[in-house]
Design a protein around this ligand. Structure first.
Ligand code: MLT
Length: 336
C-alpha cells in the first residue's frame, strides 16, 4: 500500500470510530459517555415568584442532585426566551430544551388538546389530576410525543376566573366585553358562547392591552393574575371558575433521546418531583394570592351565577364533540 493509500485508510478508520462513538452515545447506552455533562435551559413566561416557576427551580435542583451535577439547568423566567408558542416551536426543534407552557398553546400542534377549554369540565383540581394520571393524560402524552414533545408532568393552578373593569356575576355582564383569552380556538368559542368578544393574545400582550383599554378583561387563576399584575389596571375579580386547566412541563424529544439512560431516568424523576411540588403548594398559594390581590386593591366578587355560565356552555360541548368524537369516552368518564 502506498503512503497515500495508507493515509486514506487511516483517515477512514478515524471517521468510522468517531461515527460509531456518536451512534452509541445517541442510543444512550454507552457507559463511557455517562460522565458527559449538559448545560441546558428551561423557558417560562411567568415571573420567578409564581408557584410554577418555583416548581421549575425545584425541577432544576432535582436534575442537578439526581445526576450528580451532570445536568445543569438554568430557568429563564419572564418570557425572556419568547412567548409560549414561539418557545414550544423552539422545543420541537431542540434549540430550547425544556419548558412549561399552558395546554392552550399546544392546540397549534395537537388540536384536540383544546378539550381543556370546555367550561366546567372538571369539578376540582384533584379530578383533573386523576384524568391526567390516567387514560386522558396518556392519550395526550402520545400525541405530543409524535410532535416532538415529551411530557414530564402536568401542573395545575386552580380554577381560572375573570378579572375586569366591572363585576361579572352572569354571562349578561360579559356581553360585548373584549376579553383576552389564550390562543386556543375552544377558549375563543367558550367566551363567544358566554356573550363576550374574545381576543386571543399571547401572555405578555395582556397588560398593555388592558392598561390602554384595548381590552376590558382577562381571565386566569388568582396566582397567575397576581403574577401578571392585572389588578393594577382592572379591579374586579369575579370568581367564575370557568376553567380548570393543566399546564405542561415538557422536554424536546430530540434532546431527551440524546441523553444516556441514567440522565433520562433522572429527568423523568425530577419531573415527578416538580409536579409533587406544585401539588403541595398551589392550593395555599391561591389563598395567599387572593389575600394579596385584595390588599392591593382588587375587589373579589363571589356571588357569581355559575349555573348561568354552565347553561351557555352546552353548545360549546356539542360543537366540540361533533369535531372530536374520539374524546367523547374521556369526557363521559369525567362527567359521569
Ligand atoms: C395564559 O393565560 O397565557 C397562561 O395561563 C400562561 C401560563 O400559564 O403560562
Amino acid at each position: 500500500m502506498t503512503g497515500f493509500k495508507k493515509g486514506i485508510v487511516a483517515a477512514a478508520a478515524i471517521c468510522l470510530l468517531a461515527l460509531t462513538g456518536t451512534a452509541i452515545y445517541a442510543g444512550g447506552s454507552s457507559e463511557s459517555k455517562s460522565e458527559e455533562t449538559y448545560e441546558m435551559v428551561v423557558a417560562n413566561v411567568l415571573t420567578g415568584s409564581h408557584t410554577h416557576s418555583m416548581a421549575l427551580a425545584h425541577f432544576a435542583e432535582r436534575c442537578d442532585e439526581l445526576t450528580d451535577g451532570r445536568l445543569e439547568l438554568t430557568v429563564h423566567n419572564d418570557g425572556v426566551l419568547g412567548a409560549e408558542r414561539v418557545v414550544m416551536e423552539q422545543v420541537q426543534l431542540g434549540s430550547t430544551e425544556f419548558t412549561r407552557t399552558s395546554a392552550a398553546v399546544l392546540t397549534g400542534i395537537v388540536p384536540e388538546i383544546a378539550v381543556f377549554g370546555l367550561p366546567y369540565l372538571f369539578d376540582s383540581v384533584s379530578q383533573m389530576y386523576e384524568a391526567l394520571d390516567g387514560d386522558l393524560g396518556n392519550y395526550f402524552k402520545d400525541k405530543l410525543e409524535k410532535e416532538g414533545l415529551l411530557v414530564l408532568g402536568w401542573f395545575d393552578y386552580g380554577a381560572r376566573s375573570v378579572i375586569a373593569k366591572e363585576p361579572v356575576r352572569s354571562p349578561d355582564d360579559l356581553v360585548g366585553k373584549r376579553i383576552r383569552v389564550q390562543e386556543s380556538p375552544l377558549d375563543v368559542k367558550t367566551f363567544k358562547a358566554f356573550g363576550a368578544a374574545p381576543v386571543p393574545l399571547p401572555w405578555p400582550d395582556q397588560y398593555p392591552a388592558l392598561d390602554s383599554g384595548v381590552i376590558d378583561a382577562t381571565e386566569n387563576s388568582p396566582d397567575t393574575l397576581y403574577d401578571g399584575r392585572f389588578h393594577e389596571v382592572v379591579k374586579y375579580l369575579s370568581l367564575t371558575e370557568h376553567f380548570i386547566q393543566p399546564t405542561v412541563l415538557y422536554v424536546s424529544k430530540i434532546v431527551f433521546e440524546r441523553f444516556p439512560k441514567d440522565i433520562q431516568d433522572a429527568v423523568r424523576q425530577a419531573g415527578k418531583d416538580a409536579v409533587a411540588f406544585v401539588q403541595e403548594h398551589q392550593a395555599d398559594r391561591i389563598e395567599e394570592r387572593l389575600e394579596s390581590l385584595q390588599d392591593e386593591g382588587a375587589i373579589i366578587v363571589e356571588d357569581v351565577n355559575k349555573d348561568a355560565f354552565r347553561a351557555k356552555a352546552v353548545s360549546v360541548y356539542d360543537e366540540f364533540l361533533s369535531e372530536h368524537a374520539e374524546l367523547k369516552p374521556f369526557i363521559d368518564e369525567i362527567r359521569k
